[in-house]
Design a protein around this ligand. Structure first.
Ligand code: UDH
Ligand code: MN
Length: 394
């Protein structure tokens, strides 16, 4: 029979042996496995935290930057890198999302030292299994962009992706056109790299769980299924707005997105209908995982509700092959490879077409006696000097 004392002695001996084995494994280069075991205990803690969080309704979750320092330590950069595992060991589940005042882009840059020019990243210690481009339609939302970059960079790094972030900035003040900007983003991103997945991402949506992997499925995926704005529920079955993921093949099968939805609303439903017209269906992560916080905002200037949207939507079946990726016209104004993203400023024209003519000039005056001065003003509103011109031919 064991006495209580000897029971304790055996228990301590057992724990001691465990510690020695762990130390040896760690020394022999089994660091990942050891940390894996350590994380199992940590995870239980975070699950308890999460459970508590669900009952109170408050958002807790982990710091999205918690795992990053460990990642960069394994850097080897050689050609003989192994492939990354199917499931990243750095994924941790719920993420704490808040919007502290005083955050700067310089701070985001400082916290993401492994992100390179143009907002590109590759895992330092393994060959990524996925190449994902993030396409963000944008105008006048720099404040939101800063927060999105703050959360998205570490989020994607935790998923061990080879990724790039593209911000597609609509030039000028004409009515905003989200879907057309996505078409531009698709073409311009694919021009640079053979991305195997494109995430079309509103600037104000912050993912709250890193198990929501930014990779593509065999069918188009609607990722922003549970937004705080809609009480963390899908507002209606065909909803496809906010954040969606398509492979280049999916995108071309549905002829991309429509170019003619100017102003707020309708385009996301049109895209949803295009998915089924292209012979595909919408996949979704679970409600638990596809959670997003939308940074609070009002409807923007220059993005009034589109009153034609319901009429247009009723005709998608007739129009989807006539308007989309095969007809998109735009002019690139500038392309900047910034430290945290690639900024593409684009002229997408207006409802009247790409080149808006200045208002008809009044009838010419009879010729003046003196020859015209060289510094005389040109026509009102001259077209901007643009670097590249793109018209799709398919
Ligand atoms: N966007 C811009 N600039 C604009 C307009 C839109 O960058 O001027 C982009 C941005 O990525 C944004 C996305 O287009 O996230 C979608 O536009 P949105 O955020 O206005 O769309 P949402 O469905 O509109 O969030 C909610 C309008 C809230 C009105 C509330 C009135 N009660
Ligand atoms: Mn929004």
């Amino acid at each position: 029979m064991f006495s209580i004392q000897s029971k304790w002695r055996y228990l301590f001996m057992f724990l001691g042996i465990q510690l020695v084995v762990m130390a040896l494994l760690s020394r022999e280069g089994y660091h990942k496995r050891v940390t894996y075991f350590i994380r199992i205990f940590r995870k239980t803690e975070s699950t308890v935290l999460m459970a508590r969080n669900h009952t109170t309704g408050a958002a807790v979750g982990a710091d999205v930057y918690a795992n990053l320092s460990r990642m960069s330590k394994g850097h080897n950069g050689g050609d003989d890198m192994p492939f990354c595992p199917k499931t990243s060991p750095y994924i941790g589940g719920p993420i704490h999302v808040s919007f502290p005042s005083g955050l700067t882009l310089a701070e985001v840059q400082r916290k993401n030292p492994t992100v390179v020019r143009g907002g590109r990243y590759r895992p330092p210690d393994c060959e990524a299994l996925h190449r994902t481009a993030i396409i963000i339609p944008h105008r006048n939302r720099e404040h939101h962009l800063k927060f999105l970059l703050y959360y998205l960079h570490p989020f994607l790094q935790r998923q061990q992706l080879n990724y790039g972030i593209y911000v597609i900035h609509q030039a000028g003040n004409y009515t905003f056109n989200r879907a057309k900007l996505m078409n531009v983003g698709f073409r311009e991103a694919m021009r640079e790299e053979d991305w195997d997945c494109l995430f079309f991402h509103d600037v104000d949506l912050i993912p709250e769980d890193d198990r929501n992997t930014y990779t593509c499925d065999s069918n188009p995926k609607h990722a922003a299924i549970a937004m705080d704005k809609f009480g963390y529920k899908l507002p209606y079955k065909m909803y496809f707005g906010g954040v969606s993921a398509l492979t280049p093949l999916h995108y071309l099968k549905m002829n991309g997105f429509p170019n003619n939805y100017w102003g707020w609303g309708g385009e996301d439903d049109d895209i949803g209908v295009r998915v089924s017209l292209g012979g595909m269906y919408i996949t979704r992560p679970s409600l638990k995982v596809g959670r997003y916080k939308m940074i609070k905002h009002k409807l923007d200037k220059g993005n009034d509700v589109n009153p034609k949207r319901f009429n247009m939507l009723a005709k998608t079946r007739q129009t989807w092959k006539l308007d989309g990726m095969n007809t998109v016209e735009y002019e690139i104004v500038s392309r900047e490879y910034l430290p945290l993203y690639t900024n593409i400023t684009v002229n997408i024209g207006t409802e009247a077409g790409l080149h808006v003519r200045p208002p008809t000039a009044p009838p010419p005056k009879p010729p003046a006696e003196k020859p015209a001065n060289k510094t005389a003003k040109g026509p009102a509103n001259p077209p901007a000097k643009l670097k590249e011109d793109h018209k799709t031919t398919q």
